[in-house]
Design a protein around this ligand. Structure first.
Ligand SMILES: [Zn+2]
Length: 304
């Protein structure tokens, strides 16, 4: 079964934290053992760049791509879902773009960005993070950026963005908005998780939600088990999200996870648990990776 993951911070761990690639949570070997065909690697520049600027961090992470040890697609996606671990690049924290469309085009030319999380946990040139409250909405550059992203076929990722920003994206982005690594706020009340209304909006627009494996987003007491990940997936599917749900593990960016779900080899374990809950083979294939793949292909076709 094709498995896809919408978010991890492995490039940051290697390029900025100086971690050895073989000691990261995501390694080529673990991706292969977990059956992961598509891994999204984020250029994460939310923290104040240790290299001076978020842009410099972004460039350093791009230079570290060969150290990942898996092929990274910087051109069009292949016709068929990859059967061997393959990477794509995203951006987490739009401050890397320094308020400039030229920077967006530069990163896109080099890395073929598939999605951009408009903010991390700081205010930037684009908008405001969920962590600092629900308002205000996107800034003028945020709207300009959305237009440029639509033209390039890059999805707007609302994980980390505040609510007013989320609704601005829903109103103004032509491509479907996504939340690459967020869970259900009505099951775990933290600002990084999505409300029912946000989930419904993502369903209406044919977007994507990657379920985050961070224990503190799965349960408020942080003592999450694999059943809690199942509980969040169940809750999303009960709202009608089965065609837009998938995984956004956040591996190499989190320090607490359910037992059995601590690295890519946990994906088949989670899928087995879902199968035991009664999900059909077609539903499992959609959740495992089909939903994300289909949206990425749509975004690519929409680029002008
Ligand atoms: Zn994140």
């Amino acid at each position: 079964m094709f498995i896809a993951d919408a978010h991890c911070d492995t490039l940051y761990a290697i390029a900025i934290d100086g971690k050895r690639p073989e000691s990261c949570t995501i390694t080529p070997d673990k991706l292969e053992r977990g059956g992961v065909g598509l891994q999204t690697f984020a250029l994460f520049a939310g923290r104040k760049g240790t290299l001076g600027t978020p842009y410099a961090d972004g460039v350093a992470m791009l230079e570290a791509v060969p150290k990942l040890g898996v092929p990274v697609l910087t051109g069009d996606l292949p016709e068929a879902m990859p059967q061997q671990p393959t990477g794509i690049i995203s951006c987490e924290g739009g401050e890397m773009l320094e308020g400039s469309i030229a920077r967006l085009e530069e990163f896109h030319r080099k890395a073929r960005l598939r999605m951009i999380a408009l903010t991390w946990n700081f205010e930037n040139e684009i908008g405001h993070p969920a962590k600092l409250g629900p308002k205000p909405g996107l800034k003028p550059f945020g709207f300009e950026l959305l237009r440029a992203m639509d033209a390039l076929g890059i999805l707007a990722d609302t994980s980390h963005l505040n609510e007013a920003g989320f609704w601005d994206v829903c109103e103004r982005a032509a491509l479907p908005p996504i939340a690459s690594h967020s869970d259900c706020r009505w099951l775990c009340d933290v600002p990084r998780n999505l409300t029912r209304e946000q989930v419904m909006a993502l369903i209406d627009r044919g977007g994507f939600i990657g379920v985050n494996f961070y224990s503190c987003f799965l349960r408020e007491d942080g003592r999450a088990t694999l059943d809690d990940a199942v509980r969040h997936i169940d809750a999303l599917c009960e709202l009608g999200a089965e065609h837009i749900v998938g995984f956004g593990s956040d591996f190499d960016g989190i320090d607490a996870w359910p037992e059995g779900l601590g690295d890519p080899t946990g994906f088949p374990v989670l899928l087995d648990a879902l199968a035991r809950r009664g999900y059909t083979q077609a539903q499992l294939e959609a959740l495992a990776g089909g939903n994300l793949w289909n949206l990425l292909k749509r975004a690519e076709r929409a680029a002008c």
